[in-house]
Ligand binder design. Sequence first.
Ligand code: FUL
Length: 483
Amino acid sequence: MKQNFLAAACLALGLLSSSCNKPVLPPEPVLPVPTERQLAWHEMEQYAFVHFTTNTFTNKEWGYGDENPSVFNPTELDATQWARVIKEAGLKGIVLTCKHHDGFCLWPSQYTEHSVKNSPYKNGQGDVVAEVEKACREQGLKFGVYLSPWDRNRADYGQPSYIEYYRNQLKELFTAHAPIFEMWFDGANGGDGFYGGAREKRSIDGRNYYDWPTTLAMIRGMEPNVIFFSDAGPDIRWCGNERGFVDETNWATITPDTLYAGKSGISDLLQTGSENGTHWIPAEVDVSIRPGWFYHPEEDDKVKTPEQLFDIYLSSVGRGANLILNIPPDRRGLINEIDVAALQGWKKLIDERLSNNLALNKPVEASSVRGKAPTYTAANVTDGNKDTYWATNDDVTTGSLVVDLGSRQKVGYVLVQEYIRLGQRVKAFSVEVEKDGQWVEVASGTTIGYKRIVRFAPVETQKVRISISDSKACPVISNLEVY
Ligand code: FUL
């Protein structure tokens, strides 16, 4: 009687093997692993970038810094429209260019005259940063800031006093608009600029001039959960291109030293990360819905189509990166109707193709289960719970999962996720479908990471198998979806 009770308790707890002799401990993490704030960032998956400043009115991409603030005159600016369109597209936040390279500030900073306060916008009484933040809060979107380190307007750019100016502005933003989920540090620096009338080329030693460690510590003190973006992290990295993809092989791990070395091939490295990188610094894919980052009327016929945006989704979110999709408001201060239509079409494609998970709550069989313990059972991958996972014994670094869809279904996508709290592991996998009693390979890949979506020519099948053929340690899979 007592033994039966013990066995039942063991099974209920799920922590012991079916023989109930010894506890089956979870796999040891494969280091490095993400921080809590990085995990929260991974789960956002996609958000918007909004580029808007005097460039919108002067039709430039990089303002020189000598623009008269009077050119900034959006007559119908409606931040609520931005936030609504962005939310309806399925994006989870907005990162706003509070100041681009021209130095013009979208808020009435007390430290400069080069801002909205000297523009016709709301007769100098407007504050675009505050309006966008408020609209984000109302729509349940997160808010992030871009503040260009390179400032082509400031006379003292290149001097120590500019660093103080830059930090003062960060204090203004982080004090008035907390919580801020992401801070974008742009590495661009073209050298020449207005610089208070000097109109010259200035070169700075980017690695030392900004004294980033002090600046980041200051911000972290104000906003402990902020995610810092820069080419090299520290929290998230640039993906190495502005065309909307990371490599099919995408490690969230990388060694920051290799990024600072300034050698050729850095873009390739940023696109793949490194299998044995020392830090968890996942990639963010930044791309614009239009050719430029700012609105230009002549690009109205070059807005990406819903299909192009869907491809970008698969090559960013579908490869374990996050997507920051730039949507630049036009001169009225509205997201243009053409962009709105493209976003709506894109959302429709995602909903049509990736919202009816045929594998949800369907039975799964695994090649083996860690210690034969229910805690690590195969069914954890289809239970819709991201906190449960299937794992194998430590000495098993290959394995497969077969999901039975219950009846023949037309399938064309498989979505897989590793339980990244225990590190990124998988190096090679394949997807097969059962056809006339045989397994037929329809796709294969390398890394999985936070999320991997593979697309293949649609096929009818009742059973789908995912096989892991190479992994840094025992595979730990939290989710498997089929569409
Ligand atoms: C680049 C900048 O130079 C572009 O203007 C844009 O802001 C892009 C997101 O980053 O480095």
